[in-house]
Design a protein around this ligand. Structure first.
Ligand code: GDP
Length: 389
């Protein structure tokens, strides 16, 4: 069995969902290895905008299994709503969704904790209960998916809820009907031991959420997410050995964005930032928050490429920069005084100035640009070889 990986090289929102969607048809399985419903992959299906938080992006491909892996935290309520939403689009997700017995549940109390504690505010969490669910997992209080079969499952869920409520001296939040509908859904889905289940396939596509610079170890701590967004997360999150990793598709925008606080050396302020936010639709698909915008940071990108062993670069959103007379790229300098290369802007992706930009990236990063997203739509995609021809 071999694993190809799609992951973000920046601070998330690079357009990974689109790249997975482009690739997914060639794989029997698309697997999420980390994160929870804080991911917000935006896809266009039959002209309709669909945002997936919990279901892997491969669901739009007939016959592709979508696995929620060991490393994921799963909100049953969100899963249930997404499956129902997909049904309305004519997609029977239940037939192809597979869930790891070792993934952990996000309970209503986890979401509530982010509201009452306000801990997440500065870090810029999405308030989906992901941080508290991971915290419980590592504190060995969490609830793995497998436990929904236990006779005392309900008592365990209630006990964990009471435990947290007691810390804040407040009433535990009620369990919604949707939560129990989600648990029922989980009981109907194929639930597996990932290590054994995956071994029947020749090749698997692993789908990352968030980005390398938000990895809990490798990112800009404490302004990070709660999981391993890097290739290391694939090994633990899908229970596979390192030798099986084959292609690593690193996704980056032609510029940079970041949601929430934390260092962002190439940040742009003022009119140009607003222009980018508007042109690039830089608003979070999960939270609706405006994203901070900046120039492409090759110092961060070089780090992400090396850390993940990236073999293929996928560049997105270069179309957003069309029309700028000059495009900057950070090439060095300390974070508080970055130095930039000033490159000629492009008017279209056929412009020789864009080819020069791509050649510059490849020379600086030592990895080929393999694919280019040319717009938000599913068909707006080019292989670099096609652009050269
Ligand atoms: P993900 O979480 O990495 O999949 O990224 P998001 O879905 O949060 O954000 C990417 C956004 O950019 C989505 O709204 C996409 O439809 C859009 N997008 C992806 N690629 C391109 C592109 O090449 N050009 C433009 N203009 N938009 C794109």
């Amino acid at each position: 069995m071999q694993v190809d990986v799609v992951l973000g090289l920046q601070w998330g929102d690079e357009g990974k969902g689109k790249v997975v969607d482009v690739l997914a048809g060639a794989y029997p399985v698309v697997a999420r290895f980390q994160g929870g419903p804080n991911a917000g992959h935006t896809l266009y299906y039959q002209g309709q905008k669909v945002v997936l938080h919990q279901v892997p992006s491969g669901i739009f491909h007939e016959g592709v299994y979508c696995l929620i892996g060991d490393g994921v935290v799963l909100d049953p309520e969100v899963l249930w709503r997404e499956v129902e939403g997909l049904r309305a689009l004519g997609i029977q997700a239940e037939e192809r969704l597979v869930v790891s017995q070792r993934a952990h549940l996000i309970l209503p109390v986890h979401r509530w904790l982010e509201e009452v504690s306000a801990e997440g505010e500065k870090i810029g969490t999405t308030r989906r209960g992901i941080g508290p669910a991971y915290a419980d997992r590592y504190a060995r209080r969490g609830i793995p998916v497998a436990w929904i079969d236990r006779p005392d499952f309900v008592q365990q869920v209630e006990a964990l809820t009471r435990y947290h409520a007691a810390r804040f001296g407040a009433e535990p939040p009620p369990f919604s009907q949707a939560f129990w509908a989600g648990i029922d859904l989980l009981r109907r889905l194929l639930r597996v031991e990932v290590f054994a289940w995956l071994s029947q396939f020749e090749v698997v596509l692993a789908e990352g959420s968030q980005g390398t610079m938000l990895d809990v170890f490798a990112g800009t701590y404490p302004y990070v997410t709660s999981s391993h967004t890097t290739v290391a997360g694939v090994l633990a999150g899908l229970a596979v050995p390192p030798q099986v990793i084959r292609q690593v598709y690193g996704v980056t925008k032609a510029y940079a964005t970041r949601v929430g606080e934390g260092p962002f050396p190439t940040e742009i302020h003022g009119q140009l930032a607003q222009w980018l936010q508007e042109r690039g639709g830089e608003r979070g698909s999960t939270t609706g928050r405006l994203r901070r915008c900046g120039w492409l940071d090759l110092v961060a990108l070089r780090y992400a490429v090396r850390l993940n062993g990236v073999t293929h670069l996928a560049l997105t959103k270069a179309d957003v920069l069309c029309g700028l007379p000059e495009v900057r790229v950070r090439v060095g300098g300390p974070d508080d005084n970055p130095t930039y290369a000033h490159l000629k802007g492009w008017t279209s992706l056929q412009d020789p100035a864009f080819e020069a930009f791509l050649a510059f990236l490849e020379a600086e990063l030592g990895v080929p640009v393999w694919g280019l997203s040319t717009g938000p739509g599913r068909e707006e995609w080019l292989l670099r070889s096609a652009l050269r021809a």
